[in-house]
Design a protein around this ligand. Structure first.
Ligand code: NA7
Length: 533
């Protein structure tokens, strides 16, 4: 027996909630399928110590309801994970979304049935659903990269991955804790645990450039200002390069300034204490090695000033790549944590981790005793979750096999060979990494909802991009990507963090505003390059 809906939404995080809301509002029958026991997606799973958002709360929100903000209070400029999870739960309750969501259910396979013109979805709870439209809202950072080392079973302590952190409190006070990974996640863990544990051992493979976060409490006055600004800000974020309220300087402007004047711009961005330091300086810093070197030196000086021991500073400051060519993390005491006597940095680049022994980890012949090992080792980003979902399109075409060879999409929204499959936050769109996720996924959800509504109104059953249109987008994406220095650096942005993954910049870097205009143009012109049957 199968249950039939107009649309199935996979995931009930930021995108899944809004997609469910929009499709229901447009009059479609919808079921959202969510693996976790509650809504929230990434904000449900990443319950690790110190987890917080690094986009300001006044833009990390939904844009469809002023009333939602009117009866919600943010407590900080950059709220911690429990608060964002509560916000998303509040949204699900306020808009009565829970009744459309099947929790603790994971999609095991999704198959396009050409004759019936629908998707058949089978879950791990043994249910079968059919739906004309399948919308993936699985999130771009949802499949953790798990490491396994020799003799793990001999280790008597606990091992946690940050993205599968227990929902109950884990008391680490006075414990000997090890952390592998110092991306945005590891940095938050390290700076939070350093004062609390007896010994913190950080196993670092590559150092990071992190920017000091300027967080503050949000009082009633600030909340009132945010509410008053809501209409203007909701318009503004859709007009900028990264979905924020600021933009980088105009192209060419940097060349008209002296080094001292450019330094003033860097200082201004640094003082903002936000990702403005990542996407708000000069666009040339991402494409011109000399400009990148200038900005890199500025950031290196800022970091060096925080570390007491110059030899340690050399280990904590990257030398193999320039600033801003990987996702820039924000920090609040990360470098200073290494000034503490109970924090030790272990370089695992030259001598990699050999494996566990019963009391801890062994590196380069040395034993590091631990009670707990935390893996902050990242994700199989963008493609990881969908590629594991058993998606089969026309003629049994496997998405996993396709992306195993070639990660391709049409504007990150659809894939040739997979009719009526829509992606939110899909690879090769700005929302896959280069955009304030709330801005970009809401724009995509609007587009997808309008496209599905158009199909209904025009009497069509299916929508699929042509191969030629897809090829055109992939080539354009690559051209824009390959003009940047980002493609020269190993990170989750380039797929280099996952063995065997195709190396391609995951996210479109031509600008969220440019992308939005393109999407609008496609819609206005009746979806050229997409086959409607
Ligand atoms: P990231 O940014 O992918 O960071 C993962 C970290 O784990 C990074 O420091 C890696 O070092 C390290 N890592 C991964 N595998 C290994 C092995 N085998 N040995 C040692 N170290 C390893 O993930 P995050 O969760 O921090 O952040 C992801 C995004 O979430 C972030 O960019 C924000 O957008 C929010 P490496 O650099 O590969 O040498």
């Amino acid at each position: 027996m199968s249950e039939a809906f107009d649309a199935l939404v996979v995931g009930a995080g930021i995108s899944g909630l809004y997609q469910t809301y929009r499709l229901r509002k447009a009059g479609f029958s919808v079921r959202a399928i969510e693996a976790a026991p509650d809504v929230g997606g990434t904000w449900y799973w990443n319950a690790y110590p110190g987890c917080r958002v690094d986009s300001p709360a006044n833009i990390y929100q939904y844009w469809f309801s002023q009333e939602l903000l009117d009866d919600w209070n943010w407590s900080e400029r950059f709220p911690a994970q429990p608060e964002i999870k509560s916000y998303l739960q509040h949204v699900a309750t306020r808009f009565d979304l829970y009744r459309s969501i099947e929790l603790e259910t994971r999609v095991q396979s999704a198959q396009w049935l050409a004759d019936e013109g629908c998707w058949r979805v089978i879950t791990d709870t043994g249910k079968t659903y059919t739906a004309r439209y399948l919308v993936s809202c699985v999130g771009l950072l949802s499949t953790p990269k798990m490491l396994s080392f020799p003799d793990q079973q001999s280790f008597k302590g606990q091992v946690y991955h940050t993205a599968r952190w227990p929902q109950h409190p884990v008391d680490l006070k006075g414990q000997r804790v090890g952390v592998i990974g110092n991306g945005a996640t590891g940095i938050q863990v390290i700076q939070t645990l350093a004062p609390e544990v007896s010994k913190l051992t950080v196993f670092q493979r590559t150092p990071q450039y992190a920017v000091r976060m300027k967080n503050y409490k949000v009082d009633e006055q600030t909340m009132s200002a945010w509410r008053a600004d809501y209409p203007e800000v909701s318009r503004l974020v859709h007009t900028t390069f990264g979905g924020f309220t600021w933009d980088p300087a105009e192209e060419g402007h940097a060349a008209t300034l002296t080094p001292d004047q450019r330094r003033e711009v860097y200082e201004d961005c640094w003082a903002d204490g936000s990702l403005k330091m990542f996407v708000g300086t000069f666009p040339e810093t991402l494409v011109d090695p000399e400009m990148n070197a200038e900005l890199t030196e500025f950031v290196r000086d800022k970091i060096r000033a925080q570390i007491n021991d110059p030899a340690l500073a050399d280990k904590l400051i990257p030398s193999s790549h320039g600033y801003g060519l990987k996702r820039v993390p924000l920090e609040n005491g990360y470098y200073e944590a290494f000034n503490r006597a109970n924090v030790e940095l272990v370089d695992v680049s030259a001598s990699p981790i050999e494996g566990f022994y019963d009391q801890g980890l062994r590196v380069g012949g040395m034993d590091y005793p631990l009670d707990v090992l935390i893996m902050a080792t990242g994700f199989d980003a963008g493609t990881g979750t969908l590629a594991r979902m058993g998606v089969q399109g026309r003629g049994g075409l496997s998405l996993s096999e396709l992306w195993g060879r070639d990660i391709r999409t049409t504007l990150g929204l659809q894939v040739h060979g997979f009719p009526n499959l829509f992606l939110i936050g899909g690879p090769l769109s700005p929302s896959a990494a280069f955009c304030n996720v709330q801005t970009c996924v809401q724009q995509q959800i609007g587009w997808v909802t309008d496209a599905i509504t158009h199909l209904r109104e025009s009497g069509h059953r299916t929508m699929e991009p042509t191969f030629e249109r897809e090829e055109e987008w992939v080539q354009h994406h690559d051209e824009v990507a390959n003009a940047t220095l980002m493609v020269t650096v190993d990170s989750w942005y380039t797929g280099a963090n996952i063995e065997g993954k195709q190396r391609r910049l995951l996210s479109y870097i031509g600008g969220a505003h440019v992308y939005r205009e393109l999407c609008e143009e496609i819609q206005a012109n009746g979806y050229p390059g997409f086959q409607l049957t």
